[in-house]
Design a protein around this ligand. Structure first.
Ligand code: C2E
Ligand code: CA
Ligand code: CA
Ligand code: CA
Length: 275
């Protein structure tokens, strides 16, 4: 995990060495940032194409920095982890997500991403559980998304955290499955409810026979383990048809909608649900 992490940091610095997104500048701006004011959440729908219903939305963080402009989460989440600020940020992001999801119809679910640092901290999980309980948001409507990299950091701790979240009623999704450091043993050992197939497979599975076989195998494994299977990064009708054919009916991607603001979500729900 260390090596992988170091690799990411090096690549990140190479690309942004001379830019305002340099990691030193990012860290500095993050330390000085007003999290409540500068961060917001956008929401991307997840569809069940068998019943043609919206299942819910995944909350994705956005940072509008006064000095740097829009900074993507792939950059600021690692920076927040490195500066020790991520758990404070996570709580604020979850609070903002709940503010929005509270207004949705009760049948719609909310997907929340946790960082590796959150997942490996007993304290962070305690605070997240308290936050959700205090807000009176039904934990059964929440799916916590975690990555394999997060689990690799401290497997025992991660499993403890996942068990605590599940005991409170939340569901767990293993995110980006198939990318990076994928291991089938995670499917064997982790307390899971859903697996999200990484968009790299979804997007090549209608072209590349091996990607197709891998996607099919993941869908079958999920089905025999009793996990829900969600395909992300669905951009085309052809991808949708291929996924439907192999029995994966829970889909997310630009084909349906890009992540949208809280206001746009209300409109989207109104347009896409039969009353
Ligand atoms: P992720 O959790 O895998 O989120 C999916 C990413 O794929 C999002 O990028 C989304 O905008 C993008 N996406 C969705 N559909 C499509 C598609 O059809 N095609 C393509 N090319 N991309 C699609 P985003 O919002 O930039 O987030 C990137 C990553 O940052 C997320 O990946 C997640 O790992 C992390 N992240 C985002 N928000 C949060 C947060 O609140 N907390 C934590 N810890 N991590 C977050
Ligand atoms: Ca996610
Ligand atoms: Ca993902
Ligand atoms: Ca990702």
């Amino acid at each position: 995990a260390k090596q992988e992490k170091r690799g990411e940091i090096v690549e990140f610095n190479l690309h942004h060495e001379n830019s305002i997104l340099s990691s030193a500048n990012l860290a500095k701006n993050l330390r000085e940032a007003d999290f409540e004011a500068e961060f917001s959440m956008v929401f991307q729908p997840i569809w069940d194409i068998a019943s043609i219903n919206i299942i819910g939305f995944e909350a994705l963080a956005r940072w509008n920095s006064p000095s740097m402009g829009a900074v993507p989460p792939d950059h600021f989440i690692p920076a927040a982890e490195q500066t020790g600020l991520v758990s404070k940020l996570t709580k604020i992001l979850i609070g903002k997500s709940l503010d929005v999801a509270e207004t949705w119809p009760q049948n719609l679910k909310l997907g929340l991403n946790l960082s590796a640092v959150d997942l490996c901290s007993h304290e962070a999980i305690t605070q997240i559980l308290a936050l959700i309980r205090d807000r009176n948001f039904d934990p059964k409507r929440i799916t916590i998304e975690i990555t394999e990299t997060a689990v690799m950091r401290d497997f025992e701790r991660a499993v403890q955290s996942l068990n605590r979240l599940r005991k409170a009623g939340m569901q767990i999704a293993l995110d980006d499955f198939g990318s990076g450091n994928s291991s089938l043993s995670y499917l064997q050992k982790l307390p899971l409810d859903h697996v999200k197939i990484d968009k790299s497979f979804v997007q090549s599975a209608d072209q590349d026979p091996r990607a197709h076989e891998i996607t099919l195998t993941i869908v079958r494994l999920c089905s025999s383990f009793g996990f829900g299977c969600i395909a992300e990064g669905v951009e085309t009708m052809a991808q949708l048809e291929m996924l439907s054919k192999i029995g994966c009916h829970t889909l997310q991607g630009f084909y349906f909608a890009k992540p949208m603001s809280a206001n746009q979500v209300d409109q989207y729900i109104a347009e896409n649900t039969a009353v």
